[in-house]
Design a protein around this ligand. Structure first.
Ligand SMILES: Cc1cc2nc3c(=O)[nH]c(=O)nc-3n(C[C@H](O)[C@H](O)[C@H](O)COP(=O)(O)OP(=O)(O)OC[C@H]3O[C@@H](n4cnc5c(N)ncnc54)[C@H](O)[C@@H]3O)c2cc1C
Length: 303
């Protein structure tokens, strides 16, 4: 990356917040991905807004990285700037039945705070390995719950540099989607509205969901969770199994035998292996069953 842009970014960020040697395979749950052109770690809203406006002015593409748990990053990496929200944008505060969480905070940590405050409603999200910001994009959900049920409002940094609070309704949450799939905003902070609960019941629910994950999901291998969205009226895993693809592999990318809906990295799978497998599965399932699978995993960079 041009050293001039690094100099200019120093107006907003310290040297330690601007990295040029970050391998994205170390930042994604699939454990694939080449280098980021730039890797920026803003700690405040001003640092973030300043950096983004400079990148826009210079026509440098960027994307926001949460925990990388729903991403397939190309082996050639990402030529633009990857923005990772720092600790300053990951703070969590509880106030009565409200939890205010910075977009960089992990869902697991928010769930721990909810438990400490004996607040119920967030148990479903405790085992989703992403950040609050990623969950606002995806309307992350599990075991009958989704972000839509617990979000009161989200503060967004919009493309024009303004910051505005969006209500839950304005976030247009749907199945694994929301307004952040339509507009290029950055989630800064979410207000979650929970209810007063009972400690033991919250623990029991979280333990039950965690046990169900361990039993059903290949958590011992790198993956991005469910590879495909659930097609209406079907389960992706069942269709994939019915198409005879359980255990099917390309290189070290494999359709998990434990859960056919997960593509896993059994060793040194490249992003290309994984992508090829995803498209092979999609094609074969359509041919065998007539159902079109849509990847839930987001592909980043050139393939
Ligand atoms: C083992 C495993 C189990 C999983 N189980 C579930 C599950 O039960 N339910 C479920 O819904 N998902 C599940 N997932 C998928 C994943 O955890 C979720 O999609 C999660 O919401 C992604 O969050 P993230 O922070 O990792 O986002 P990333 O994967 O880093 O990014 C996802 C998208 O969000 C964008 N983004 C991230 N932060 C921001 C921000 N602050 N502002 C704007 N855009 C942003 C990124 O640019 C990208 O487009 C699972 C994944 C794994 C590996």
């Amino acid at each position: 990356m041009d050293t001039k842009i690094i100099q200019e970014l120093r107006e907003f960020l310290t040297q330690e917040q601007i990295k040029t040697d970050v391998l994205l395979k170390d930042c994604t749950s699939f454990k694939t991905g080449g280098k980021a052109g730039l890797f920026l770690i803003p700690e405040t809203e001003d640092e973030l807004a300043g950096s983004l406006s400079l990148l826009k002015e210079k026509d440098i593409p960027y994307f926001i990285l949460g925990k990388g748990s729903n991403l397939l990053v190309s082996d050639s990496g990402y030529a633009g700037a990857v923005i990772k929200l720092g600790e300053g944008l990951s703070q969590i505060q509880a106030e009565g039945t409200i939890i205010r969480a910075g977009a960089g905070a992990s869902l697991a940590k928010v769930a721990r705070v909810a438990r400490q405050e004996t607040l119920t409603g967030f148990e479903f999200a405790a085992g989703i390995p992403g950040t609050v910001g990623g969950a606002m994009v995806m309307n992350a959900g599990a075991y009958g719950g989704e972000m839509k049920d617990v979000v009161e409002s989200v503060r967004l940094l919009l493309e024009d540099g303004s910051i505005r609070e969006f209500t839950c309704e304005e976030m247009k949450f749907g199945y694994r989607t929301g307004i952040l799939k339509e507009i290029k905003g950055v989630a800064l902070e979410t207000v979650f509205a929970l209810q007063k609960g009972e400690g033991e019941a919250i623990d029991a629910k979280m333990q039950d969901f965690a046990a169900r994950r361990r039993e059903k999901q290949p958590l011992e291998y790198p993956s991005a969770g469910s590879t495909f969205k659930r097609p209406e009226g079907h389960f992706a895993g069942k269709l994939i199994g019915d198409a005879g693809l359980s255990g099917y592999a390309i290189g070290d990318a494999k359709v998990s035998e434990k859960h056919n809906g997960f593509v896993i990295n059994t060793g040194n799978a490249t992003a290309k292996d994984i992508r090829d497998l995803i498209f092979y599965v999609k094609e074969k399932v359509e041919k065998e069953t007539g159902v079109v699978l849509e990847p839930e995993v987001i592909m980043v960079g050139e393939f």
